[in-house]
Write a protein that binds this ligand. Structure first.
Ligand SMILES: [Zn+2]
Length: 179
């Protein structure tokens, strides 16, 4: 079982047969029906997401999950069907770790688009995610380092210790492993 802090990107792919053994359905509002594998996260990430979403609720914000776990096979299908070059090749998507979650809100019709960053929910996610173990994995201005476009909706669980550290000094996971 790879660790919570493992680096996964285009040059550090996961094995095709890697499936986390502790996947569980996060008890959060979701843009997918119960039973859909998109709702799955590894147990610790699911628990952290529940706490983060609960904090949002207390602040009268309505976050919704859009996509969590994605199998190698599913990523392969999405990759084959896309021609934009923006989709991660199979094995290179963090969603296969069960530690990544795409989040959106009603103000942007639950779409995954840059304008999410301007919503109250988007700002909450950036500000409060690190207190619960999540980082915004593909920040603006770090596209060349991460190899991915800015994605203000994609959070990655890396443990609270590491998320606080990375957000405090504004480092991506790639930069952390190069220190
Ligand atoms: Zn994502």
């Amino acid at each position: 079982m790879p660790s919570y802090t493992r680096l996964v990107n285009k040059s550090h792919p996961l094995d095709p047969d890697y499936i986390p053994c502790d996947l569980t359905e996060a008890q959060i509002p979701f843009q997918a029906a119960p039973g859909d594998p998109k709702r799955l996260l590894r147990a610790r990430a699911a628990q952290a997401a529940q706490e983060l979403f609960q904090r949002a609720r207390h602040m009268r914000l309505q976050l919704s999950g859009v996509s969590g776990y994605r199998s190698y096979k599913r990523q392969e299908e999405i990759y084959r069907q896309s021609d934009s070059g923006l989709v991660a090749p199979p094995g290179c998507s963090e969603h296969q770790t069960g530690l990544a979650l795409d989040v959106s809100c009603a103000a942007v019709n639950y779409e995954l688009e840059e304008s999410f960053a301007l919503t109250r929910e988007g700002k909450f996610l950036a500000d409060y995610g690190p207190m619960y173990g999540f980082i915004l994995r593909y920040p603006k201005g770090k596209e060349k380092i991460t190899g991915y476009a800015w994605e203000p909706w994609h959070i990655r669980y890396v443990t609270k210790t590491l998320s606080l550290y990375l957000s405090l000094i504004n480092l991506t996971l790639e930069e952390y492993y190069q220190l």
